[in-house]
Structures are given as structure tokens and as C-alpha cells.
Design a protein around this ligand. Structure first.
Ligand code: HEM
Length: 465
């Protein structure tokens, strides 16, 4: 009997694929038995193949600026841990504090941010925000000393509140505009995934170049400053007194210019829009709550119109509660995710009732919706949708991993204390200066969602002395 060689090849390939699938199936079955876990089965998708049934709802939510609200509603209806189809891939969504603790801390090494590297690389290169493993650990060690207490307790820099953004020259593509566009392009690349191979955005390339060149000037200056400082110290044999400047500090720890530039861009991306969004969200809500402003005025009266010291600032408890509450109701990093790099387990969410430990197959993205978790009524009570700073009083509320504006575990936000100091200082000083804060925006808070989320209409307010 004559056998067609093409047919034989086809048969062998089919057998090979079947073998791989069988091995994978047996391995999964054994893993599930050994760990006493169940696959996540709860879902809101009716189309189990591509998840196309939810597409129209997603598009409507994007148009109505209600993506976050929709995500919270889906969890509310279907459960705290769900699986969802996103075209060809299946992701797991969770708003379970114990699961998030497991991803970010207990089983930290089972997950990676590998999916973040490529979309961010054209702007950030490789740095603390988009790498894993040894590269990330080195970045973290390089940057951490700059966020020590003595570095952030110096509030004098914050007193000059204006950063002169309204003075920029017209016409040319300024850094701020370029940085904005480059961030939008990151989001597009993240969504396109493998399609990036055939996608090109020349404006994004130009903006990335503008940003890198802008930062490069600071790198050159920092390296020169670090060299001259080290020469002086060699001459005198003692440490010279100097103002602490982040780029100079980095340059004193490494002379690799590309590394300094990348880390500066990484930290700028992580720290700029986040703190700005927090302030805009906070002032938007405060302007609609005169009674809270009044209470803040009472608290800061103790300072008798002097700018507060770092310790005095930390003593302003109601200021702290307002900032906490803004980050709860409008967490500026409202959703996040990690990719499993091996088969692993979450403590909750498996099986039809969602109560068994959940199986997470290697390669699955586990996304967590901080925005939705922060509105869980079983954690925050029936008024979880309300802005009520008093809920933080006396330390009675202890949501632990149920409150996560800055993430947790080894990759917890390195600028957390700095950002809270900055935001509290701005709030405290504004309260001191202005008797009333009035809303000039009749509508409710609406999302403007990109890498972070901020108030779509900014914070249109009137200030009365
Ligand atoms: C309200 C302000 C801020 C919020 C809500 C915030 C939130 C976060 C969150 C949620 C992450 C984790 C991201 C992830 O791993 O997926 C993060 C990481 C980070 N943040 Fe912040 N952040 C804020 C301000 C800042 C500031 C002011 C800086 C620095 C000046 C900063 C520097 C960083 C860095 C470098 C990381 C990456 C840490 C790592 O991966 O090891 N952040 N931040």
C-alpha cells in the first residue's frame, strides 16, 4: 500500500499535538488533585469561545465613561472571582483580598509583569516599573534610598506650589504633551498585543524621542554633579553638605547613563499622574462637601497659619482620612494584573460556588480590580459608595489587603509615603489659605481612564479667601 508522505506528516503532527494536550491534561488533573483546588468556572461570558457577547457592553461603557462602574457591577452580580474570555485568551478577575495577597506577596515568584515590558519599552526602556527578577531588584535597590524618611521629610520644596505649567511656550511639542501622548501609545500597544508586529505610530515614536532627549539633559547634569561631588569629597576626605536631588542621588550610585535615564523616566511615569490625579479627584469631591471643608478648617487651625512641619502634618488626622477616602473611592491605579509563570493556586474562587482554592494555569493573567474591591459593602459597610472620611477614624476599619491604592508585597509603591506627604501638604495648605471651596461642576465624578484614572472634568472649583 502506497502512503502519501504529506498525509503521514499531517498524521504525525496531529499525533504530536494530541500527545501534548494529553500530557497537559494529565498534569493539570494531577496538580488539581495534589493542591485540592478547582478551576475557576464562574463567568459573565455567554460566548465561551471568544467572549464576543460582552463586546457591545464594553464599548458602551467606554463611550459612557463607565468602565470601572461596569467592572464593579459585573463582580457584584457574578462573584468575587471570575473567569473572562478576551478573544483568544482566558483571564481570571478577582476582588478577593486573600487572592490579591497571594499574588502580590505570598506567591510573588509565581507571577511576572513580563507582559508589561514590551508596550512600555519604547518610552521607559527597562527600569523599576516594567522589569522582573534581577533587573527589577537592582532598580529597586538603586532607587530605595532616595525615599528614606529624611529625604521626604523636607517640605520646603513643596511650599512653592506652582510648577509653572501655564508658562510653557506655544507651538513646539513640549515635554508634557509628548509624555501624555507616549502614555496613550503605551495603552494602545498593550491592547494590540501581537498585532504590534504590524502596527506603527510615528507620532508616538517622535514623542518617545522628545521625552528621552528631555530627560537626557538632566542625566548629563546629574553625572557631572556627582563627579564633582566625589572629587571634592576625595580632596577634603569628608562628605560634603548638599541638597538632595533625586537624579544626583541616582548618579552617585551608578554612572551608567542609560540606566539613570530609564529609571528617571520609570519613576516619573509612576509618580507624576498618580499624585496629580489623586489631588484632582480629592478636590472634585471636597468641593461638593462644604461640611468636610469646614471640619478640615477646624483641624488645621491648630497650625495658626504656619506651614506645617513633617511631624505636624502627620498629626493632621482628618486630612489623612480625606486622602485615604479619596484613594478608596477613586483609586488612581484602579485595576492591575500579573501573569502566572507556572501553574499555581489562589486561596478562593474555584468551583461553581467559588469557595474552593482556585487553579491558575501557567500563562493566565490574573487581573484585580482595586476600584471594585474598594466598594465591597461586606468590607466597607452599606455606605461603601459614599465619600465619608470618618470611616477611617480611630483605626476601627482595618481592611488590610482589602484596601490597596499603593499595592502590596515586594513591589509596593516605593513613593507611597512621599505621595501621601505631598497630597496632605497641598490639602492642608489650601485649607489654611481658603475659607471656602465651591464646586463649579454640576455633574458627578466621571472617569477618564488611561494608565491611571482621574476626574474627566478635572477639578473645576472656586476658592474663597
Ligand atoms: C497617589 C499617588 C500614587 C499612587 C496611588 C501610586 C500607586 C502605585 C501602585 C498601585 C503601584 C504598583 C504598580 C504595579 O506594580 O503594578 C506603584 C508602583 C510604583 N510607584 Fe507609585 N503611586 C503613587 C505615587 C508615586 C510617587 C510619587 C512615586 C515616585 C516619585 C511612585 C513611584 C512608584 C514606583 C517606582 C513604582 C514601581 C515599584 C516596583 O515595581 O517595585 N509612586 N505605585
Amino acid at each position: 500500500m502506497d502512503l502519501n508522505p504529506k498525509l503521514i506528516l499531517l498524521l504525525l503532527a496531529a499525533l504530536g499535538l494530541a500527545g501534548i494536550s494529553l500530557r497537559r491534561y494529565l498534569h493539570t488533573r494531577q496538580f488539581i488533585r495534589r493542591h485540592n483546588c478547582q478551576p475557576v468556572t464562574r463567568t459573565f461570558n455567554k460566548d465561551p469561545f471568544l467572549g464576543l457577547d460582552i463586546l457591545s457592553g464594553t464599548i458602551r461603557a467606554i463611550k459612557d465613561h463607565q468602565v470601572l462602574q461596569r467592572g464593579a457591577a459585573l463582580h457584584h452580580i457574578h462573584g468575587n472571582t471570575l473567569k473572562a474570555k478576551e478573544l483568544t485568551s482566558t483571564i481570571i478577575l478577582t476582588i478577593e483580598p486573600e487572592n490579591i495577597k497571594t499574588i502580590l506577596s505570598l506567591n510573588f515568584t509565581d507571577y511576572s509583569l513580563g507582559h508589561r515590558l514590551e508596550p512600555f519599552r519604547p518610552l521607559l526602556g527597562e527600569g523599576i516599573f516594567n522589569t522582573d527578577g534581577a533587573h527589577w531588584a537592582e532598580s529597586r535597590a538603586l532607587i530605595r534610598p532616595s525615599f528614606a524618611r529624611d529625604q521626604i521629610a523636607d517640605l520646603t520644596l513643596l511650599e512653592a506650589l506652582s510648577i509653572g505649567t501655564l508658562k510653557k511656550s506655544q507651538g513646539e511639542l513640549g515635554f508634557a504633551d509628548a509624555f501624555q501622548y507616549s502614555q496613550q501609545a503605551i495603552l494602545t500597544r498593550s491592547l494590540l498585543g501581537p498585532l504590534n508586529a504590524v502596527y506603527r505610530d510615528r507620532k508616538a515614536e517622535e514623542c518617545d524621542r522628545v521625552c528621552r532627549e528631555f530627560v537626557q539633559e538632566f542625566v548629563e547634569e546629574a553625572v557631572r554633579a556627582a563627579e564633582s561631588r566625589s572629587e571634592k569629597e576625595k580632596e577634603t576626605g569628608s562628605e560634603t553638605k548638599h541638597k538632595r536631588i533625586f537624579s544626583h542621588e541616582l548618579a552617585s550610585r551608578t554612572s551608567a547613563k542609560e540606566r539613570i535615564r530609564n529609571e528617571l523616566l520609570n519613576v516619573l511615569l509612576a509618580g507624576r499622574d498618580t499624585t496629580a490625579s489623586l489631588l484632582a479627584n480629592l478636590f472634585f469631591v471636597l468641593a461638593k462637601n462644604p461640611a468636610i471643608w469646614e471640619k478640615l478648617r477646624d483641624e488645621v487651625a491648630v497650625l495658626q497659619n504656619r506651614p506645617p512641619t513633617y511631624d505636624e502634618l502627620r498629626g493632621l488626622k482628618y486630612v489623612e482620612y480625606c486622602v485615604n477616602e479619596s484613594l478608596r473611592l477613586h483609586p488612581v491605579v484602579p485595576r492591575n494584573g500579573r501573569k502566572a509563570i507556572r501553574d499555581t493556586v489562589l486561596p478562593l474562587g474555584g468551583g461553581d460556588d467559588g469557595l474552593s482554592p482556585a487553579f491558575v494555569p501557567k500563562g493566565t493573567v490574573v487581573a484585580y480590580y482595586t476600584y471594585a474591591m474598594h466598594r465591597r459593602t461586606d468590607i466597607y459597610g452599606p455606605d461603601a459608595e459614599e465619600f465619608r472620611p470618618e470611616r477611617w477614624a480611630d483605626g476601627a476599619l482595618r481592611p488590610r489587603w482589602g484596601y490597596l491604592p499603593f499595592n502590596g508585597g515586594p513591589r509596593i509603591c516605593i513613593g507611597q509615603r512621599y505621595a501621601l506627604t505631598e497630597a496632605s501638604y497641598v490639602l492642608g495648605r489650601m485649607v489654611q489659605e481658603f475659607r471656602e471651596l465651591e464646586s463649579r461642576d454640576p455633574g458627578p465624578w466621571e472617569e477618564n481612564l488611561s494608565l491611571t484614572v482621574c476626574s474627566r472634568n478635572g477639578a473645576r472649583v472656586g476658592l474663597v479667601r
